[in-house]
Design a protein around this ligand. Structure first.
Ligand SMILES: O=C(O)C(=O)C[C@H](O)[C@H](O)CO
Ligand SMILES: [Mg+2]
Length: 404
């Protein structure tokens, strides 16, 4: 039985940070939500959806999710890219939400059912110094986290990626024009092994420790860091080199057994096909909102499974609760799930997006409400108008423009 789409609209709200949400409604009055947030470029996706995608949806059958995906991807001559793939993701997730609501089942049941008790997540411990970061990691462990990402300030640098004032709610998109960060690879490479040594001494070995390089090393520098960290058995080293320099991962692999993760900025399976097939990575971080939705992320995971690569989806605050819920339904039902990033949203964001998922004992569970289990309070959303916010840019200490 068909469920014709009668409305598709974009809601932009900023309860502390910007979010773009697509709401699709069917003739029966069932609606589904899809996240379309692309940090710092939100209005580009909003316009793409409103001007070029929403008109295509009206009258189409909401149940034909695969066909809709192919229509929007293959049917568009200009394929791929973060803006287009985020827009497709929003449609895709909203349609899965609708289908599961109509079926009266939590979405993970339609994706094959649970294959684990919950979705193990990692939290973010950070501090201005190694001591502060380790104290934060202890706090996260005491909150029940079994996996913790460690990011610390670097002596001699006035600011560093991953270190924030507010410890629970890290928000890098912090200004109406980009903040300028400062970077020194030698200073950083001296700090990280000391951080892991101190963390293992205090936390022991029962907790997984992760680290995000945030695209800042050359392959040989990353190989050196991976080797230096081996004694402390990190769960992964993330984005060790720029994501587009795929051959760089071969060099890193030649020098270290530290597991490698990449992919939060990937838009499609084509961005990670070689990395997966050639065994150059251990975790693929492609995420539901930026890689074409659940339909496409499941394809990526299926390819990765063949090569023993696990998922480790991006889950920063710029992925709205709609994306977090979709990631949890996906993680619960995907056999080669590895870990899920979990940066908590602020209470203001949670109020705009009331949701069913909950954290217990180091794991999130999406809950058993039909669909995604997330709603959008449009009245409240309207009280938080869009406010332009950029991610920072980064320069070396001599002023050279660098990767952020
Ligand atoms: O969460 C991570 O691993 C990140 O690297 C966070 C990103 O910088 C952030 O989501 C960019 O929008
Ligand atoms: Mg990252």
């Amino acid at each position: 039985m068909a469920s014709p789409i009668v409305d598709a609209k974009v809601v932009i709200t900023s309860p502390g940070r910007n979010f773009v949400t697509l709401k699709i409604t069917t003739a029966e009055g069932v609606y589904g939500l899809g996240d379309a947030t692309l940090n710092g470029r939100e209005l580009a996706v909003a316009a793409y959806l409103t001007e070029h995608v929403c008109p295509l949806l009206i009258g189409k059958d909401a149940h034909r999710i695969e066909d809709m995906w192919q229509y929007l991807y293959r049917g568009a001559y200009w394929r791929g890219g973060p803006v287009g793939m985020t827009a497709i993701a929003a449609v895709d997730v909203a349609l899965w939400d609708i289908k599961a609501k109509i079926a009266g089942l939590p979405l993970y049941q339609l994706l094959g059912g649970a294959c684990r008790d919950g979705v193990t997540v990692y939290g973010h411990a950070n501090g201005a110094t190694i001591e502060e970061t380790v104290q934060e990691a202890i706090r996260y462990r005491d909150l029940g986290y079994r996996a913790i990402r460690l990011q610390s300030g670097v002596p001699g640098l006035k600011s560093t990626y991953g270190v924030s004032r507010d410890k629970m709610f890290y928000e890098p998109a912090d200004a109406a024009l980009p903040t300028e960060n400062e970077w020194s690879t030698p200073r950083y490479l001296r700090m990280v092994p000391q951080l892991f040594k101190a963390a293992r001494a205090e936390l022991g070995w029962d907790v997984e420790l992760l680290h995000d390089v945030h695209h800042r090393l050359t392959p040989i520098e990353a190989g050196r860091l991976g080797k230096d960290l081996e004694p402390y058995r990190p769960f992964w080293l993330e984005d060790a080199v720029t994501a587009e320099h795929q051959a760089g991962f071969r060099t890193i692999r030649d020098h270290t057994t530290t597991p490698l993760a990449v992919g939060e900025i990937f838009s499609s399976i084509w961005d990670c096909k070689t990395l997966i097939e050639e065994g150059l990575i251990d975790f693929i971080r492609a995420t539901v909102v930026h890689a074409g939705g659940l339909t496409h992320l499941r394809r990526i995971a299926a390819l990765a499974d063949l090569y023993h690569v696990k998922t480790g989806c991006h889950g920063a605050t710029d992925l709205s609760p709609v994306s977090m819920a979709a990631a949890l339904h996906f993680g619960l039902s995907t056999s080669n799930f590895g870990i899920q990033e979990y940066m908590r949203h602020t209470p203001e964001t949670d109020a705009v997006f009331p949701h069913n998922y909950g954290f217990e004992d180091g794991m999130l569970h999406p809950g058993d409400a039909p669909g995604l289990g997330v709603d959008l309070d449009e009245g409240l959303a309207a009280r938080h108008p869009y406010s332009r916010a950029y991610l920072p840019v980064n320069r070396l200490q001599d002023g050279t423009m660098f990767n952020w």
